[in-house]
Design a protein around this ligand. Structure first.
Ligand SMILES: NC(=O)c1ccc[n+]([C@@H]2O[C@H](COP(=O)([O-])OP(=O)(O)OC[C@H]3O[C@@H](n4cnc5c(N)ncnc54)[C@H](O)[C@@H]3O)[C@@H](O)[C@H]2O)c1
Length: 471
């Protein structure tokens, strides 16, 4: 399936399964892409399907077929459509993906698409046997800073890449302990039966690595010229979840004294077959600012950052105070020895220079005509839209997708393998080669793009949509 392209689809008919906090945004994004129709909606809860059906009606889109109940996804997968969009809770990712492929449907699965080595092999085998795409919906690969970094790497400005760093550092304690709400809103949300917290109660290791790792793998051509060889993983003990439970839920039947297996900070190190290194961190329970780190170094330069300082400027263009900037991350890069005269060691680009770099090396998928639409339609500042736009464009034009089932498997199997390392005094653990040697000859991901005109996009006619949560 490396480089696999399915026959072009004039119209992409999608069934969306899982309409909780994340799924509705996907319905809205897909329904806004020309040549894409949301033909089916599915959830366990009728009110969640009703809400999306109402949104389609209000926005002048054709009504979708409705599938309600825990097993209703089967009838959806058996019905006449091209692709299944799976934004369900974690335990349903693999069963639905397998069922969809067995019924000839391409499948797009939220992160993390799988948690064990066995599940990853099952997805690889199903995709190979059925010739259906099985792509993980790793939206962070389409973030503006990540795509800028990809562009720099592709243009050779960082030289030969040596080391990459990514992370998922996101304080999710409020979300994990929140009680369930039938209709998720900005103030009322929560996971049914606390499914996300329950997973962390049981597991150690990096259980959610792909936001930080995925982009780094694209920069470093993992599975396309290089591959993961082995990992080691080390984790702090658990303090923050339990402190939070004790302080916030005094007297609560189980929240006050809940014991959580997952440590607060997990650090995983990966060595690649070509001798490169990658660090990935995971911390969803510490009171600290969000970060994906997004750092890559090479023989000629380095890039780091997830945000652009100018995005934090006020209406007059004033940048925030240094303390706020620290929380926002900032975007630094230094590359191509000629670019930055003066001190080559401490000479990071400042905010103004970073912005000049942003313009000069902007990835084509973030050019103004696309980013304007992406920001209006939304989803994490537009990256969710660009991800969906790109895979829909690939299906419409019979192109290979940017990531495939082997990427999904190599990124996701690390949940089990990092846990194994943590539980064994951080011993090294071999990582399977899901490509079975294909990584040696597979071509690196190109500087990808879409042709909005060909898609029939009227960029001046896009309405701003704030109705879905951007979680
Ligand atoms: N890529 C991102 O930035 C990002 C952000 C948030 C969440 N996520 C991922 O999205 C997924 C969903 O997260 P969420 O926050 O929306 O969770 P959620 O619990 O709010 O939503 C999950 C939905 O799936 C439905 N569901 C569960 N089992 C089902 C079944 N058998 N059939 C049909 N529907 C079923 C639930 O009823 C619920 O409405 C998770 O995998 C999460 O990791 C990704």
């Amino acid at each position: 399936m490396q480089g696999f392209a399915a026959p072009a689809l004039k119209k992409v008919r999608v069934g969306c399964i899982g309409l909780g906090m994340r799924g509705p945004g996907a319905v809205h994004r897909l329904a806004n892409i020309p040549g894409v129709e949301v033909v089916a909606l599915c959830d366990i809860y009728k009110e969640r399907v009703d809400a999306q059906q109402a949104w389609l009606k209000k926005n002048g889109k054709p009504p979708a077929r409705e599938y309600i109940g825990p097993e209703a996804y089967k009838a959806l997968c058996e019905s006449d459509l091209d692709a299944v969009y799976n934004a369900t809770s974690w335990e349903m990712h693999v069963p639905i993906a397998l069922y969809a492929m067995e019924h000839g449907k391409h499948v797009f699965v939220e992160v993390p698409s799988a948690f064990t080595v066995e599940e990853c092999w099952a997805l690889v085998e199903a995709s190979e046997r059925t010739r259906c795409h099985c792509m993980q919906l790793e939206n962070c690969c389409y973030g503006e800073a990540e795509m800028l970094a990809l562009n720099l790497c592709r243009k050779g400005l960082l030289g030969e890449l040596v080391h990459g760093e990514g992370a998922y550092i996101h304080d999710l304690r409020d979300l994990c302990y929140a009680d369930w709400a039938p209709k998720p809103t900005k103030d009322k949300y929560g996971y049914a039966s606390f499914w996300r917290l329950k997973h962390n109660v049981k597991h150690k290791g990096n259980q959610y690595d792909t936001h930080g790792l995925g982009p780094v793998c694209e920069y470093m051509n993992i599975n396309r010229g290089d591959r993961f060889d082995y990992l080691v993983s080390l984790e702090s003990d658990q303090f923050n979840y339990e402190f939070y439970g004790r302080s916030k839920f005094k007297g609560h039947a189980w929240k006050e004294n809940l014991k959580v297996a997952m440590g607060d900070m997990n650090t995983m190190l990966i060595k690649t077959a070509n001798g490169k290194s990658i660090m990935v961190q995971h911390d969803v329970s510490s009171p600290r600012p969000y970060s994906r780190i997004n750092r890559v170094t090479g023989t000629m330069g380095a890039f780091e950052g997830i945000t652009f300082l100018s995005d934090y400027a006020d209406a007059k263009g004033n940048l925030p105070e240094a303390k706020d900037v620290l929380c926002a991350g900032g975007c630094h890069c230094r590359f191509g020895w000629g670019e930055k005269p003066g001190d080559p060691v401490h000479g990071y680009f400042d905010a103004k220079e970073s912005d000049e770099m942003r313009e000069k090396y902007r990835h084509p998928l973030w050019r103004p005509e696309i980013s304007k639409v992406a920001k209006a339609i939304g989803g994490h500042g537009g990256m969710d839209f660009i991800m969906d736009l790109r895979w829909c464009y690939c299906l419409q034009n019979g192109l290979p997708l940017d990531t495939d089932v082997y990427d999904l498997a190599s990124w996701c199997c690390l949940a089990e393998l990092s846990e194994r390392s943590v539980r064994n005094r951080s011993c090294s653990v071999d990582i399977p080669d899901f490509t079975k040697g294909g990584w040696k000859t597979a071509k690196p991901l190109d500087i990808v793009d879409v042709d909005l005109k060909k898609m029939g996009f009227d960029v001046n006619n896009i309405k701003k949509d704030n109705s879905a949560l951007s979680v």
